[in-house]
Design a binder for this molecule. Sequence first.
Ligand code: SAH
Length: 400
Amino acid sequence: METLPTVLLKPGEADRIVAGHPWVYHSSILRLTHTPADGEIVQVKDHRQRFLGVGFFNSKSKINVRVLSPERADIDQRFFEQRIRAALAVRQKHLPGATSFRIVNAESDSLSGLIVDKYEDVLVVQISALGMDKRKATIIAVLQKLLSPRAILERSDVASRKFEGLEESNGLLAGELASPVSVNLNGLRFEADLAAGHKTGLYLDQQVNYQAVSRFAQGAQVLDCFSFLGGFGLHAARAGAAQVHLLDQSESAVQASLRNAEANGLKDKCSAEAVNVFDWFKAQTKTGPHEKLLPKFDLIVLDPPSFTRNRAAVPDALRGYKELHVRALKLLKPGGTLATFCCSHHVNAGLFQDTVLSAAFDTRKVLRRVAAYTQSPDHPVIPMIPETEYLKGFAFELAR
Ligand code: SAH
């Protein structure tokens, strides 16, 4: 272990690592004992030579070291097996009974740069760090041993790979996969195209929220905006909604959501349109000179894409969020519920709620907050690592 290349941190830079944040930026480094190869394991020490942990080195990345362990662990097959077993235990504890879930959520599970999603008996792996990429074969061997999947697919198509000096890498790593997988979420089936669908197939991070929001659906006229495969809408339909209308700009998503409605015996209650939600809202909320808008919905779900690639995009994104909320509130019946989500890491819950309240002010509505949501527990939030938290949501009722 003592022969490992050593990364010494500048004074004051150790605390974050001790607190559990695994990233060592280039600017935090005092010096290297000798230059490690990219992807190699290094030990990290503070400026007084006190040991802080071991991790992957990559000179090409802004994150020069990704700390994997605060101990002098060997990063070998046994290490990955222990980590993945521990991650599985967290899911079994917090999502008992789920058959599709995120097994490994990178920093949330002390495996920076690695995501593993389980869709029934198929696994999807996403690697965003060079050190992980170099150990792909070991990781695959562990996954085979622990889970015996029918197939393992790689979806390393995230933009951040280029900051690590990595190319995109997609395709089958093991087994065979000919068709979309029928994914069970809370007892409903969703057809997921794991080779091309959003994220690694679908939005596992909303699994718990689909069920939670559906409690507002009894007898309701429901509008599911940015519906993708129909996650919120179909859960609402099953929970006793009178009618569910799904909106997504992607024609293929709309077609898939209608097939999902049919597969779950919910076709009669569901309709779907391939439209831009902003345009649809504009058309629906347009009124003539002496015309009064009649609100139509008892439950409106807003689950848009992030709109913020970076911090600079936040003001524009907030304007977009506000416009959406103004229009949605106009279409919500008295006593109705707005379930609204924001998946941008750069917009925190306070800022998001302020935006909703600003829309409520403009429409002269008063909201009662009846629920607050976060990402499902297979995407654990580690508050010491703010980057692990991104999804937030609220349910508001129209108080008046
Ligand atoms: N609620 C979904 C996830 C939504 S992801 C779920 O839980 O699975 C965002 C979706 O919004 C994508 O399906 C994308 O096609 C769609 N989308 C993005 N911009 C849009 C727009 N302006 N109008 C309609 N749909 C849009």
